[in-house]
Design a protein around this ligand. Structure first.
Ligand SMILES: Nc1ncnc2c1ncn2[C@@H]1O[C@H](COP(=O)(O)OP(=O)(O)O)[C@@H](O)[C@H]1O
Ligand SMILES: [Mg+2]
Length: 580
């Protein structure tokens, strides 16, 4: 089975989303920026006071003046602390709010994904986006964005102060700009692709691991251990290379950056010395300027190091946003189906990058009829089932319910009419009751029990330690595959759609239980239209009609006796299965 990679948003979309977030939270951002800015301004008072004090002392001054300067220093420090406290508090609250938004947004996006996409996506991809990427994004929003804002504000204020001290002494510090600019450009050009490669390598690694665990038995049975190990080694090697590459980029860049910090300090001192010697700057100005340039290093360094974090965050944002780039696969029109007749006309289907699986299938189901679909493995039965349940859209041809194409029904609406039960279902962490009544919240005790009874699960459910209130799913009581299957069928009974597609829905049950469950289900589903993809031919024998699917075409259609009389593929299957 081939998987389709989920799309990734491009740089422009990421920027647009970022700006949109900023616009929506402009007030919060404004507050944070002002508070941090004021705190930074207070921090700038000290070097200026020290510089001025020095000039006063050189000129000759009184002890009172010196004390006043001291008092000024202390006041500016206290004010800075208080403002920083408020600013950080606001930033944290802001970060948490955005984090919650990002998470909710992601869940919305995932829940809204087209079903066909979820069916086909690489399993590790969505999981990585939901965990690693959302975490990375959260970190960026929580720490990097506020820190970066603070640092930027501090840089601007510091430079402003530097200019106030004296434009001439401020000039040498500008040498930092070309130095940082060129090295950072070099880095950014390479780091984006580097981080994307790193992200992809983790997805591959996660997929390999995720696949090896459930496939452990196959691996064991076929002696594939060394092959799996090779695959894993290869993925690890790629992840290692990718990690190493980004590490190399970072360390080269850091080296250049560190160098860029020392140069302006030295330049200010040297040029300041020359200016002073020529009577163009006072000693106090030179000292204050040098102190400011030194002070400029910290916020600059912050900006640069958080920029890295922002890059990681925007790579993650691109992947998180990418999820919703998928075009919706439904186009609800608000039309109501007229009646319960399900029809397929000239339906074809091709999986992405694959061969055509269905070649013009026609089916016309009379409401209340039981149709069994049989055929060799790989003939397209499950694909047809998904098309009839509206999970996939036909490549060409139409599947209609009461004259309305299934894609034209909203998902909620669709599920009121048609449901599919296959072997792919999930037991959520929660009580058995919650798992059962998902499809119909507010189900009463008697109704829940009737549903379990209808699928032959009443006995084992009653025997659970807490009955219906037993915790199941991950961390809870382990249900067997057969029990989980019965829960899925129980959900179906409660959801009560008029048309049901069962894709080998009883295959996991042992033959006796399967028989029993099928009979119980048949009684419950009585009036409903049932399309049963069958692996056991007795299901077919009991059906109103049987469709034989071979290589994506319906080759025979009729009831058991008609098909036996026709002496074709079904008759042959029946003879083999029946052993006569
Ligand atoms: N998600 C998928 N992506 C690509 N090919 C698929 C996918 N699912 C099924 N196929 C292919 O489509 C064909 C029909 O599969 P399926 O409908 O599952 O058959 P059946 O249920 O009769 O065994 C097979 O060749 C299978 O490999
Ligand atoms: Mg199948």
């Amino acid at each position: 089975m081939s998987h389709t990679a989920l799309p990734v948003a491009d740089a422009a979309e990421v920027r647009r989303h970022g700006l949109d977030l900023a616009r929506r939270h402009a007030r919060d951002l404004g507050w944070m920026l002002s508070l941090h800015g004021l705190a930074a301004a207070c921090g700038l008072v000290a070097p200026w006071l020290i510089g001025s004090l020095l000039d006063e002392v050189v000129r000759g001054t009184t002890a009172t003046t010196v004390n006043l300067f001291g008092l000024g220093l202390v006041t500016s420090l206290v004010a800075q602390s208080a403002l920083t406290y408020w600013a950080v508090r606001r930033s944290c609250r802001f970060g948490e709010r955005i984090t919650a938004e990002v998470r909710e947004d992601f869940v919305d996006r995932v829940v809204g994904l087209p079903l066909s996409t979820v069916e086909d996506a690489e399993p590790g991809d969505l999981v990585t986006r939901a965990s690693r990427d959302t975490d990375a994004l959260t970190n960026t929003v929580r720490y990097a964005v506020p820190e970066m804002l603070i640092a930027l504000a501090t840089c601007l204020f510091t430079f402003g102060a530097l200019l106030l001290v004296g434009p001439l002494t401020a000039l040498p510090s500008l040498v930092v700009i070309p130095l940082l600019w060129s090295s950072t450009r070099w880095y950014l050009r390479r780091s984006g692709p580097g981080y994307r490669r790193r992200g992809a390598s983790y997805v591959a690694l996660g997929d390999t691991l995720a696949e090896t665990v459930p496939g452990a038995r196959t691996v064991e049975a076929l002696g594939l251990r060394s092959w799996r190990r090779d695959v894993l080694d290869r993925d690890l090697a790629e992840a290692y290379q990718a990690e190493r590459h980004t590490m190399w980029l970072r360390s080269s860049w850091y080296l250049a950056v560190e160098f860029s910090y020392v140069v302006p300090v030295v330049a200010t001192l040297v040029v300041g010395g020359v200016l002073h010697a020529n009577g163009l700057a006072t000693l106090g100005q030179v000292v204050a300027a040098t102190l400011y340039v030194r002070q400029l290093i910290f916020p600059l360094d912050d900006v640069l190091s958080w920029m890295d974090e922002v890059q990681i965050g925007s790579a993650s944002l691109a992947r998180v946003l990418g999820v919703s780039k998928l075009p919706p696969d439904r186009e609800p029109s608000g039309e109501q189906p007229r009646g319960e007749r399900l029809t397929a006309r000239a339906v074809t289907y091709t999986y992405e990058g694959g061969n055509r699986v269905l070649h013009g299938v026609d089916l016309d189901l009379t409401p209340g009829e039981r149709l069994a679909v049989v055929g060799p493995s790989g003939s397209g039965k499950s694909t047809l089932g998904k098309l009839l349940a509206g999970i996939y859209e036909p490549e060409s041809g139409v599947v209609e319910l009461g004259g309305v194409r299934l894609v034209r029904l909203g998902e909620q609406e669709l599920r009121r009419h048609i449901a599919l039960v296959s072997q792919d279902h999930h037991i959520f962490r929660g009580t058995l009751r919650e798992n059962l009544t998902l499809a119909k919240p507010g189900t009463g005790e008697a109704e829940a029990r009737r549903a379990l009874d209808a699928v032959g699960a009443a006995a084992w459910a009653a025997a659970l330690p807490d009955g219906l209130d037993t915790l199941v799913g991950s961390g809870g009581h382990d249900l067997t595959a057969a029990q989980a299957q019965q829960v899925a069928l129980g959900r179906l009974v409660l959801a009560d759609p008029h048309t049901v597609v069962l894709d080998e829905a009883t295959a996991l049950l042992d033959p006796a239980t399967a028989r029993h469950t099928e009979q119980a289900l048949a009684a419950v589903l009585g009036e409903r239209t049932v399309i049963a993809i069958a692996h056991r031919l007795h299901t077919a024998r009991d059906a109103d009609r049987i469709a034989v699917l071979e290589d994506g075409r319906i080759t025979e259609l009729g009831n058991h006796h008609e098909l036996l009389a026709a002496n074709g593929a079904y008759a042959a299957l029946w003879r083999t299965w029946h052993g006569d």
